[in-house]
Design a protein around this ligand. Structure first.
Ligand code: ATP
Ligand code: MG
Length: 468
């Protein structure tokens, strides 16, 4: 397979062409500029194994070209689609690749870059709703032209769609990867991206004949993202643990939270401006993300609606009175202002929380420091009265005290009992006891009783109380 600068290849009329400079090498092939044709490039396949399939596919593409002509704008050519212009062969006549118009890639950016507002600002890309609407309308129109030939992108996603930064025209590359309609044959697309894959294809993939339904779904996702500051239509706030975390899982479960009916399992992201979309736009999104794929709006339907909003003369998009860089739908609030307000409020709350957290940390530090200081100060003197449970624990007698008390209690009881019986016998032996003798015996009996009570009540209580 040819693939080096300086090598000679041949076009269909056997005209020699010299490979000049390698522009880029992708997964399927390498793209070279051509010495003899400065307005064209050659894509040469890496592997000889798929060339038979690609030769037939490329023939079909040459036979049925979409109506997306190169535009002229301020003396510059704007290629809308890098569609093949001819087959290329090696010196032995074997198919090696195809030629196509050269696209000024440096004047373009992919849609992914415009979706994230912060990134778009850094790269000086448009951030207003007007420009995004134009991009969405242009993408829908490009797809509608492709679909009229029954060709489909299939792996349609922001990363695969480029646009000219100055004019906002769409530029499509890598068209030999599309699903192509041949005379009696369909040449399928090779790839899909699950974040943009319709529910019915998430498990089994896209089979020939179903590609338009897939393109319609992916187009609706991209339009939603463009008009809603990059938010994916299946992103949101899950309610409950059974909501899939990933976008493909939510698409498969048909959890679209921005519909006019809403769903309980997934709530809209607070930054979403979908409620500031006009009813006609919301209707199209509701149909695109409904459970019935046959209701999905076609690229042409999207194109007609979005062109109406994008054209200035229509007056359907108006400049915001609060912020000159914002545009919004006529008669509806400015979603960009609402979003900016929300972001500012969140930033304030985050700042307060961070500040609170800072104070909390200080308090925590103080709390940990206090016992250390107390302990240090308390050690030389009496144990400080500690609050709460620690106090309860510290006032319980220790094991040594318990053993001592039990032993002392028993000895006292034994001593009292041993001293009481002889006292009674002595009193009993008296021939005529006086009042003093009776008083002495009463005192001794009382003490004996107190000793027994102390022993009965306190010693078992001490032994049974909580362990130290
Ligand atoms: N018509 C063109 N004009 C200028 N540059 C082009 C053109 N076509 C392709 N390129 C450049 O070559 C790169 C690879 O082209 P392409 O995507 O067609 O190849 P691939 O092998 O199919 O890649 P992938 O594996 O990404 O699908 C493009 O990203 C682009 O930078
Ligand atoms: Mg490719």
């Amino acid at each position: 397979m040819p693939g080096r600068s300086g090598e000679i290849i041949f076009d269909q009329r056997r005209q020699p062409l010299t490979l000049l400079r390698l522009l880029k090498s992708g997964g399927a092939g390498s793209v070279f500029t051509l010495k003899e044709r400065p307005r064209e490039v050659a894509k040469l396949y890496h592997s000889a194994k798929d060339v038979l399939f690609y030769e037939r596919k490329l023939r079909a593409m040459l036979e049925l070209q979409p109506d997306l002509p190169t535009l002229r704008e301020g003396g510059r050519e704007r290629v809308q689609i890098a569609w093949p212009t001819g087959l290329l062969r090696d010196c032995g006549g074997r198919f090696v690749g195809f030629s196509m118009p050269i696209l000024d890639v440096s004047a373009t950016t992919d849609l992914e870059h415009v979706l994230q507002e912060r990134q778009a600002r850094v790269e000086k890309l448009p951030t207003g709703l007007g420009a995004k609407m134009t991009l969405a309308a242009n993408l829908a129109a490009t797809l509608a032209a492709l679909h009229r030939c029954q060709h489909y992108v299939v792996d349609l996603k922001p990363l695969n769609v480029r646009f000219y930064r100055d004019s906002l025209f769409i530029a499509m590359l890598d068209c030999d990867g599309f699903s192509i309609q041949g005379k009696d044959e369909r040449f399928p697309a090779g790839q899909v991206t699950t974040d943009y894959l319709a529910a019915e294809f998430q498990q089994r993939g896209v089979t020939p004949g179903e590609e338009e339904a897939q393109d319609r779904f992916a187009l609706a996702v991209i339009v939603f993202q463009l008009l809603n500051s990059g938010l994916h239509p299946y992103a949101g706030r899950p309610q409950g643990g059974d909501v899939p975390n990933d976008l493909p899982g939510r698409i498969a479960a048909r959890l679209y939270p921005y519909g006019r009916r809403g769903i309980s399992r997934l709530l809209p992201a607070p930054v979403s401006g979908h409620e500031m979309f006009p009813p006609a736009l919301r209707d199209l999104f509701d149909r695109a993300f409904s459970a019935q794929p046959q209701r999905r709006p076609s690229a042409q339907e999207w194109s007609s609606l979005l062109m109406g909003y994008a054209q200035r003369s229509g007056g359907q998009l108006v400049a915001c009175s609060q912020d000159a860089s914002h545009q919004h739908f006529a008669g509806l609030p400015c979603a960009a202002c609402a979003r900016a307000g929300l972001v500012a409020r969140s930033a304030r709350v985050a700042q307060q929380t961070n500040g609170g957290k800072g104070r909390g940390r200080k308090r925590k530090r103080t709390r940990t420091a206090q016992p250390l200081r107390q302990a240090a100060a308390a050690r030389p003197v009496a144990r400080p009265a500690a609050p709460g449970a620690a106090a309860t624990t510290s006032q319980l007698p220790g094991l040594g005290s318990r053993v001592t008390m039990a032993a002392v209690g028993t000895l006292v009881l034994g001593w009292v009992a041993g001293w009481g019986m002889p006292a009674w016998r002595a009193y009993d032996a008296l021939p005529s006891p006086g009042w003093w003798d009776g008083f002495e015996l009463a005192v001794q009996s009382g003490m004996l009783l107190l000793g027994v009570l102390f022993y009965i009540l306190c010693v078992p209580g001490l032994i049974m109380s909580r362990r130290p």
